[in-house]
Design a protein around this ligand. Sequence first.
Ligand code: PHE
Length: 346
Amino acid sequence: MIEKLESIKNEALESINECMDEATLNNVKSKYIGKKSVFNEIMSEMSKLSQEEKREVGSKSNEVRNEITNMLELKLKSIKDEALNKKLENDKIDITLPSKKRRIGSRHPLTIVREQIEDLFISMGYDVVSGPEVESDLYCFEMLNLPKGHPARDAQDSFYITDEMLLRTHTSPVQVRSMLANAEKKPFKLICPGKTYRRDDDDATHSHQFSQIEGLVVGENISLSDLKGTLELFAKKMFGSGREIRFRSSYFPFTEPSYEVDVSCFKCDQKGCNICKGTGWIEILGCGMVHPNVLEGCGFDHKKYQGFAFGVGIERVASLKYGVTNMRDYFTNDYRFLKNFDRKEM
Ligand code: PHE
């Protein structure tokens, strides 16, 4: 029996040694030390032995069992270690590898300028509104005091979709929409940024699609000095605190009087340079006091209410601020152009 135990031990140790994974090891384990293990057979035969032999076989059998249990534990640990090492080897990360550079997108210069202008006017209590780009002739021209056949329509060569509908040539129709929508005819201040379209041939300084910001204030006792003060703030915010503005008489059918506004040249401080073409002044926008016909047409009593309006070209402001000389750059989205506006505080 002692020999039998010895051979069970050798056999067990050999099978344990040969195990390559946990599942086979578990089979071996139940064969040798499980409920139906080979030791049970020995136990049943023990009754036939003498007291002396019982003691001997009992202690040998314990010894063999312990040895097998220890071996099983050691083997299990080594299988687990090996699996872990394999996993670590496979999942290895080379932390010395240089990382891939990710380009962070930048805001478009027209967006930067539009948001700066919006922020300024929001801080002065203006609402920001929008209007449709496909507009009716009625709102785009007629109600802005530009009846059919008016010569000033020629200055805004338009993309007509039908006889009555066109791509808006300016943001001024939003003036009409806002005044009509104002049911109680209460005073208000708003700006409207948006895209506009004219039948221009595209070149370095023209684009058939561009963007404007319209400003409109309607209220009691609104005068030209309010307009001038507002635009002065605008010029200082966009072009630097030392800037001055001047009004030049002009003509728009929807304002009376009408002006074109120049800002003192920020490049040469009015000494004369290529940007201001030697004059010291740069034209930036059109404006005026809302024409009584426009106010009345939209239901505002022009004896009680006055208003001022202005229209700024966003591309023009951006080109002046950032020295962009080719208008096409705004629309071709060439990365080499756009990356100049990378996340910098412009
Ligand atoms: N709508 C005019 C234009 O596009 C600009 C303007 C707006 C002028 C408001 C006066 C008042 O040329």
